[in-house]
Design a protein around this ligand. Sequence first.
Ligand code: HMH
Length: 225
Amino acid sequence: MSGDYGRAFALMHDQAPDAWRDYTRHAFVEGMKDGTLPRDAFLHYLRQDYVFLIHFARAWALAVVKSETHAEMLTAVGTVNALVAEEMQLHIGICEAAGISQEDLLATTERPENLAYTRFVLEAGYSGDLLDLLAALAPCVMGYGEIGKRLAGEKTSDAYADWIATYASDEYQGACKAVGDLLDAALTRRLGQDFAASPRWDRLCNTFRTATELEVGFWQMGLTP
Ligand SMILES: Cc1ncc(CO)c(N)n1
């Protein structure tokens, strides 16, 4: 399933199999699959995720800054647009239908688990180059792609069908593939074809694993409104 998002992603996630499983098969995810996730927890998660997406879009904007080629800029800028124009719209729509206004969303107090994650990603980008930043961004993008695709096939309830459909959509899956290609090309450009043999590889994998662990923390936070 994970093989669809490029060579580097497959290698990185194979280096962190336990964290990856805890992330993509978290109780929160399984609760969306069978509809047993309490609505309260979901709306609390959505509010936090709205704040998350603001900082996540900033991190992708930093990827534009850290790009070296037009192709890199194109993917990064496309991702910024998808986040701001599509994914944040989903949150606004679902929350509005549940009686949470855009003003309420903006007034959300950021939980520490949320803050830790997005600032970790931004810091990877501020201190490092595009590779450090992409290693921190990849688990967010591809993890939701993998979860959406699996849940679309396995769901036994329509309670969270809108959420699942967003991440299973051709648009989102296409974005995951584009980011996978970007990661492969950026690594090859900077470290060579045999990028996994580079002295930088272990550190990049550590960044990937830490971001994956912070995703687990984010789901866990979602379960405790
Ligand atoms: C916490 C989190 N990770 C990844 C995504 C996917 O963009 C999201 N919306 N929220």
